[in-house]
Design a binder for this molecule. Structure first.
Ligand SMILES: [Zn+2]
Ligand SMILES: [Zn+2]
Length: 248
């Protein structure tokens, strides 16, 4: 998977039901929102913010420039850490249930299933974190921008910030703010329709993760033996290269 800073779309203001509004990958069932990850959510928010300040004159404000650069660096380094670590919907759902929807560091509502250390998908190495605690952990891993990460940001600027026509619906501040709630409600309705089609009983007190687990159990029972751990992929190699750039 490529880092989702540059997206090719068939037409401006593109959006596809049940696909991430930022990277266009299919959304797993446990995701109730319109982005596959908080990383994608924050990239789209950054695109909307930078588009706005480039057009309202604030782009020349040194404070605004610093804020943009800091956030860009954060998005490149922080998000890349998670690229090679795709968890299955079932594992994420089970961790969300086990951790009772709460951040395991501060108790606020959890949003991201985090690898505590390294890439192992063993439940003991996974925890639910809130956005703030996830950010704090990402910031610990920050390193200065390399040429590759600068190229990613440049690509985002050229393809998503500079064009007058926003490429993604989520890049378009005005339209996105007016539409995302409706789109999210429609996604929820489609999910409930899927449950009904599988004969899964919908109880009003059930949480979303409980419903997802009921659907998974109805359509694909849990495997008898755990799947072998996937080999390490792109994300960490990229990070290791960045670290080499820094230390050498
Ligand atoms: Zn995404
Ligand atoms: Zn927290």
């Amino acid at each position: 998977m490529k880092p989702p800073f540059v997206i090719e779309v068939p037409h401006p203001r593109y959006f596809r039901d049940d696909h991430c509004a930022n990277c266009l990958t299919e959304l797993p069932l446990d995701i109730q929102g319109l982005y596959c990850s908080t990383w994608c959510q924050e990239i789209a928010a950054q695109v909307r913010y930078v588009r706005r300040v480039f057009r309202d004159g604030r782009r020349d404000d040194p404070d605004v420039q610093l804020a943009i650069q800091t956030k860009n660096a954060f998005l490149v380094i922080g998000g890349y850490r998670s690229l090679g670590r795709k968890l299955t919907t079932r594992i994420r759902t089970e961790i969300r249930l086990r951790d009772q929807g709460q951040c395991q560091q501060c108790g606020k509502p959890g949003v991201e299933v985090d690898h505590i250390a390294g890439n192992s998908d063993d439940p003991k190495n996974l925890q639910l974190l809130c956005l703030d605690c996830h950010h704090a952990k990402t910031a610990e891993n920050m390193v200065p921008a390399s040429d590759e990460s600068k190229a990613l940001i440049m690509g985002m600027m050229v393809t998503r910030v500079m064009p007058d026509e926003p490429q993604l619906l989520a890049d378009d501040g005005v339209n996105w703010n007016g539409q995302w709630r409706k789109l999210q409600a429609a996604r929820k309705e489609r999910f409930l329709d899927m449950l009904r089609a599988e004969g899964v009983r919908i109880k009003s007190k059930d949480t979303h993760v409980e419903r997802v687990l009921a659907y998974l159990n109805a359509t694909s029972p849990p495997p008898a033996t755990p799947a072998p751990a996937p080999p390490p992929v792109g994300g960490d190699a990229f990070f290791d290269n960045l670290m080499r750039d820094v230390w050498s």
